[in-house]
Ligand binder design. Structure first.
Ligand code: FAD
Length: 574
């Protein structure tokens, strides 16, 4: 009996396939097990064998055509057999997909060659943060005549006022903590009572790290032949940018202007020492007391740093838990650790006013007044659109962020927007990968962002890192799921390191053991998460991950055991 052959789904994430080759043509016979056609997925080409003997009665696609998975691509049947009903069915299914089959040739845009495009540059990048400088370097490496415009310091928020300076400060308190804990490792003779942070020296170390890295970025830009324009860039039209008195033109523009600190619209007394993350990074003394408004990643990293450095810290969070993006179980454990450090946490609390000596907030119908020397406003960041007149350019925005698809193109064909300015995931590693994808798209190469597999990391101790769905997100999406847990107190290396607190938790889809989420709260979590992201990206299953040999003793064994717990039973935990 004749059958419809469909575009096979050859991986969890495969949404469409391209016919690279038909090994059999219409009218030819095919035997079960013989190569029938070759499909290109986002990873590789795979030869598909015929599942039955028959004659190729109809091929719906030509070589090079693409089609979403599960739609009909061919009919195989007996010679002379009536296949009209299958043709009708195929037409119905393909008709619904007006865009399919699409000719790859039609989709692929002409990649501009190395020859001059008639503009000053093939690509101009606006902003030199981890999005912008990576885009400029990749474009130059791809042979594009490239320029970058930066109004301040290369490395953007990440190197100068974000990822790197916060981690430098946190490294200093980590050392302080280890010295104070020295006795528990058998070290005697230290009088740790007077051990404290010298903030000038801590700041000097931080500044030295930053300047080395910023110089490194400048060197990379120069070494790759990127022309640097210093000053604020303003996009004048789709191909023209003004920097100071100068105008430069570009075939493609990549907007990478980042984000800026957001504030709450509440009355603030001028007598209070108000900080944003920018000022908090440059403190020359540790405040006696501080209220951190906002329990997100930035607020919690500062709260942890300041509490370890000796400050009396209070966190006030509007939502019903701190770090709301994390798996609930991990948040609970982190909140417990922070409370043990002496941090007071108020959740479900709405800050209404900052007076000259206190933060006023409402919680559960009552009004509280928390006295404090300093306040850190850490309520998030907003895209920075200065220099980007979106409306005039026809660039679509939503809630203050530039709208982009998974190739990072804006609503204007030759303009891309990467990093914080598109508001998708305000993380440096996302900005950098978006840069790579945008440049590939400009060069006519196939590349798309996969926002489902973005890791996030929080540098308290133990560290926190996660990727994918939390348990509750997975339950609401998939219903029944498998959850594998492994507590760090059952891990040998965690004991050796003196950091037994924490949990590794994996979320697994029950039918195919697809990995949906991985949540780490343990020493080295921010390094270990790369293994988790690779496993998901390469579509490893929980069973396969449980069979990956992990070196012993390592904290990473806890991940293997959590996978074992999800699909069977962990060895080292009952
Ligand atoms: P940015 O890094 O903000 O760079 C934008 C650049 O564009 C800036 O240099 C700016 O001067 C320039 N610019 C803007 N407008 C113009 C113009 N008109 N003309 C010329 N130049 C212009 N992310 C992580 O992944 N991990 C972390 O641990 C982490 N920690 C953080 C801690 C803090 C305190 C903060 C504030 C952020 C942190 N982030 C972290 C977020 C991270 O810094 C950002 O996601 C990242 O820097 C975004 O990169 P970007 O290239 O989009 O923008």
């Amino acid at each position: 009996m004749a059958e419809l052959i469909i575009m096979p789904k050859l991986g969890f994430n495969m949404s469409e396939g391209k016919i690279v080759k038909w090994y059999k043509r219409e009218g030819e016979t095919v035997k079960k097990g013989e190569p029938f056609f070759s499909v290109e997925t986002d990873k590789t080409n795979i030869d598909i064998e015929a599942t039955a003997d028959g004659v190729i009665r109809k091929l719906f696609l030509e070589e090079g055509d693409k089609l979403p998975v599960t739609l009909p691509i061919a009919i195989v049947g007996a010679e002379g057999e009536d296949i009209d009903y299958l043709l009708d069915e195929a037409e119905k299914q393909l008709g619904k997909n007006v865009s399919a089959p699409t000719k790859a040739a039609e989709q692929s845009k002409e990649a501009p060659g190395k020859e001059s495009s008639g503009y000053d540059y093939d690509v101009v990048v606006l902003g030199g943060g981890p999005g912008g400088y990576v885009a400029a370097i990749k474009a130059a490496q791809a042979g594009k005549k490239t320029a970058i415009v930066e109004k301040d310091h290369f490395g953007g928020t990440c190197l100068n006022a974000g990822c790197i300076p916060t981690k430098a400060l946190l490294r200093s308190v980590q050392s302080l903590k280890e010295i104070k804990d020295a006795a528990s490792y058998g070290i005697e003779g230290l009088d740790v009572s007077g051990v404290t942070l010298n903030m000038s020296k801590v700041q000097a170390r931080k500044s030295n790290i930053i300047s080395q890295l910023v110089r490194g970025v400048e060197g990379l830009l120069a070494g790759n032949g990127v022309k640097v324009y210093r000053g604020k860039g303003v996009i004048k039209d789709n191909h023209r940018i003004q920097v100071g008195e100068e105008f430069i033109t570009a075939e493609y523009i990549i907007i990478a202007t980042g984000s800026e600190v957001k504030s709450l619209p509440i009355p603030v007394d001028g007598g209070m020492k108000m900080l944003t993350s920018n000022e908090a990074l440059n403190l020359e003394e540790i405040p006696k007391s501080i209220v951190v408004i906002g329990g997100g990643v930035i607020g919690i990293e500062f709260a942890y740093f300041l509490a370890c450095a000796g400050s009396k810290v209070t966190v006030v969070e509007f939502l019903d838990r701190i770090l709301p993006m994390l798996d609930e179980e991990i948040t609970d454990q982190v909140a417990q650790m922070l409370r043990e450090l002496g941090i007071e946490i108020h959740t479900g609390a709405k800050v209404t006013e900052v007076t000259k000596d206190a933060v006023v907030f409402e919680k559960g119908g009552s009004v509280y007044k928390q006295e404090t020397d300093y306040v850190l406003m850490a309520v998030g960041r907003v895209p920075n659109l200065a220099g980007v007149p979106c409306e005039a350019l026809g660039i679509k925005t939503e809630r203050g962020a530039i709208v982009t698809g998974d190739t990072l193109k804006t609503s204007v064909d030759n303009i891309y927007a990467i990093g914080d300015v598109n508001g998708k995931a305000m993380l440096a590693h996302v900005a950098s990968m978006e840069a790579v994808v945008a440049v590939k798209d400009i060069c006519g190469e196939e590349a798309r962002m996969d926002y489902d597999k973005v890791p996030s990391a929080i540098y308290v101790s133990p560290e926190i890192a996660s990727v994918g769905l939390t348990e509750s997100q997975a339950r609401s999406k998939y219903g029944d799921i498998k959850v594998g847990r492994f507590p760090l107190l059952a891990n040998g290396k965690a004991k050796v390191e003196g950091e037994e607190r924490g949990l590794v938790k994996v979320i697994v889809e029950p039918k195919f053991n697809e990995i949906l989420g991985i949540h780490l709260y343990c020493a080295h979590a921010t390094e270990m998460i790369a293994e988790a992201v690779s496993a998901m990206k390469l579509e490893g299953t929980a069973e396969e991950m449980a069979m990956v040999i992990h070196p012993h003793p390592t904290v990473s064994e806890a991940l293997m055991e959590a996978f074992e717990a999800a699909v069977d039973k962990a060895v080292h935990f009952l």
